[in-house]
Design a protein around this ligand. Structure first.
Ligand code: BEZ
Ligand code: FE
Length: 292
């Protein structure tokens, strides 16, 4: 047992670790011990002052106060520090043929409306039409029938519905749930997403500004694809050529998730057989799920 008295900035670490010695759950003991060691090493490495310690406490307090039913500033902080993508990467090691996992992000809502194949999920919303055709397969290319596909994305201005202070749950926009058909396919119509900044009006925004970091995320559409016997795929499909692909504020870009959103001219035939009177985009993508 390390001494518990007359502790200095070096001996205090073992003293604290010793106090966790009786933790019954071995995993919790491992996590708490490691957390204390890293936290103390950090404070020693930067020679943390009392002012800086208090600024840190204040920052975390304000981060908590910024959270609400529709805003999770702690997850945003984890995202902006690369912790979320680190945890995703180490928990979803995939075969090279499988579509890669990315951060979930704070803007998903459970219970979006199920939509039939081909539905327009952006009815009367401004923006360039986007026609998505997609297939869900295993890593060997076998179509997965009846997979559940949750889709969500920002509008042409870069905002999610729930960021509107007057938003309520019965006004979901740019969200839907689809089921893959007997060929493992699904399709829908929406609008072309745009790049957008992560929310900067809270403590995370302050951190980005103080450190001269960009808040921008490259344009993308989010997908969550689940099917029995497969690892649920949470990913985004990014627009190839987007200027922010190399500096995503939350470190979520994977090469296998960048796709061509092809621009078509007005009156060309769209995948649903219509001839939109304005220019539009098409995306065709195959999601390859990793078996469990
Ligand atoms: C998003 O893509 O919706 C997102 C992900 C992480 C942080 C902020 C937004
Ligand atoms: Fe997003």
């Amino acid at each position: 047992m390390a001494t518990q008295r007359n502790l200095d900035e070096t001996t205090i670490t073992d003293a604290v670790v010793d106090q966790f010695a009786g933790t019954p759950d071995p995993r919790l003991k491992h996590i708490m011990t490691s957390l204390v060691r890293h936290l103390h090493d950090f404070a020693r490495e930067v020679n943390l002052t009392e002012d800086e310690w208090f600024q840190g406490i204040d920052f975390l307090t304000r981060t908590g106060h910024t959270c609400s039913d529709t805003r999770q500033e702690f997850i945003l902080l984890s995202d902006a520090l690369g912790l979320s993508q680190l945890v995703v990467a180490q928990n979803h090691k995939r075969a090279p043929a499988a579509t890669e996992q990315t951060v979930f992000g704070p803007f998903h809502i459970e219970g979006a409306t199920p939509q039939p194949d081909g539905a327009n999920i952006a009815e009367s919303m401004p923006g360039d039409p986007l026609f998505v055709t997609a297939q869900v397969t295993g890593i060997d290319g076998t179509p997965i029938v009846g997979a559940t596909v949750d889709v969500w994305h920002a509008d042409a201005e870069g905002f999610y519905d729930l960021q509107d202070p007057n938003w309520s749950r019965d006004e979901m926009r740019l969200r839907a749930v689809f089921q893959t058909n007997t060929d493992g396919r699904f399709s829908f119509r929406t609008i072309q997403p745009s790049a957008y900044p992560i929310p900067t009006d809270g403590p995370v925004g302050e951190m980005l500004q103080a450190t001269n970091r960009s808040a921008m995320r490259p344009a993308h559409v989010h997908f969550r694809v689940s099917a029995p016997s497969y690892d649920t795929l949470i990913t985004h499909i990014f627009v190839a050529g987007d200027r922010w692909l190399e500096s995503d504020a939350v470190f979520g870009v994977r090469s296998s998730c960048i796709a061509d959103f092809i621009r078509r001219e007005a009156n060309e035939t769209a995948p649903d057989g219509s001839k939109p009177p304005q220019p539009f985009y098409t995306l065709d993508y195959t999601f390859r799920l990793q078996p469990i």
